[in-house]
Design a protein around this ligand. Structure first.
Ligand code: STL
Length: 352
């Protein structure tokens, strides 16, 4: 591997670096990373694909008390796909939101992901992972602890009268398992998600763009049970390291618990075309390395152009797009950056 490394030690781990070209002043944080202050709107919207709606975001931001949640089906490994929404929750915490994480054990069960015992155990493990990557002071809620109450279930039944099988099925297109033959439980799934929004008393829902149809159903139907439509903040779905859809069966992702060696090995093999779009190395840089480190330096021998430091993803993307960074140098920088960005998470996960 090339002699490439990332400058600057990692920032205060509870916070992602906040970078903005429009920010008025530069400050130096405790670990000497230069951080430009970013306003709450910029924090809420950075690295998202859509916000529904922008007016509602402005309005929620102006409230004194504001709550946001994201739900996660318990998973054996928390990977960089999950980390996109976790990073967004950290941004929103920084922007003044109370953050709720729903450990959706009952949803995973309804979606045929395992027995109740299995998914509950994974949920506990996931909670530790989320804390390890820097989501501190969030409220963690186990789904089955409140979703089995008569009040909750009555809301599910009331909403189920209003939602057609067609809409429920379509909303699960990108989320459900084995949807070529959906079960009734998979029709209940999106309806429960709507009731989660109501019962967790949140103003906003964060999720990958694959959650969009469920969220749109929630916006349409929650007012019928007296609940305000939630603000929805959607993040992109990242490609797997091979450029294809990320999936546990393909093992084409980096887990937050992967060792330094594993990260380096996986990144070295990663698909890294000259194009910007759908390039997993660039996506990792944009959604994970820059938000956590703030600055990335490529070290190269003089004859290959010498060292270059980048203080924004956009600058580095432009240099790569112009052919000024070799794919191998890019991957080495991303690999080293990620190893550093996840150092605390690895230490935390290996502590006991
Ligand atoms: C997945 C993977 C993932 C998140 C989800 C599903 C979302 C689940 C969910 C459940 C209940 C809610 C909100 C979201 O109220 O990372 O397959």
């Amino acid at each position: 591997m090339k002699d490439t490394h990332i400058q600057n030690t990692s920032p205060e781990k509870r916070h992602l670096c906040c970078l903005s070209i429009t920010a008025p002043e530069a400050t130096i944080n405790a670990l000497h990373t230069t951080v430009l202050t970013m306003d709450s709107y910029a924090l809420a919207t950075r690295n998202t694909v859509e916000v529904v709606t922008d007016e509602e975001l402005h309005s929620v931001l102006s409230q004194d008390k504001k709550r946001v949640y994201a739900g996660y089906e318990p998973s054996g490994e928390i990977h960089l796909g999950h980390l996109v929404t976790i990073n967004k929750l950290i941004d929103l915490q920084e922007a003044g939101f109370e953050v709720v994480v729903l450990l959706a054990d009952l949803h995973a069960y309804l979606n045929r992901k395992g027995t109740m015992e299995e998914v509950r155990e994974l949920a506990e493990y996931n909670r530790r992972c989320f804390e390890a990557v820097g989501l501190k002071n969030a409220e963690f809620v186990m789904g089955s602890d409140f979703q089995l109450s008569p009040e909750y279930q009555l809301d599910v039944l009331m909403l189920s009268q209003r939602i057609t099988l067609k809409r429920a099925t379509r909303s699960m297109d990108e989320v459900g398992r084995q949807m070529e033959n959906p079960t009734v439980s998979q029709m209940v799934y999106p309806i429960m998600q709507m009731v989660d929004i109501a019962r967790l008393n949140v103003d906003a829902a964060v999720g990958g763009i694959d959650q969009r149809k469920i969220h749109m159903l929630a916006r349409e139907h929650l007012p019928s049970i007296g609940i305000k439509a939630p603000l929805c903040i959607h993040t992109p779905i990242l490609n797997g390291l091979d450029g294809k859809k990320m999936s546990s069966s393909a093992q084409n992702y980096i887990s937050i618990a992967d060792s330094e060696e594993t990260i380096a090995k996986k990144m070295k093999k990663a698909f890294c075309p000259p194009e910007i779009e759908e390039n997993p190395a660039l996506q990792t840089l944009k959604y994970h390395v820059f938000p956590r480190l703030g600055t990335v330096t490529i070290h190269r021998p003089e004859k290959f152009g010498g060292d270059v430091a980048f203080s924004s993803y956009e600058e580095m993307e432009a240099a790569y797009g112009a052919g000024n960074i070799h794919p191998a140098d890019l991957k080495a920088a991303v690999s080293n950056g990620l190893i550093e960005a996840l150092a605390d998470a690895r230490a935390f996960m290996n502590a006991d």
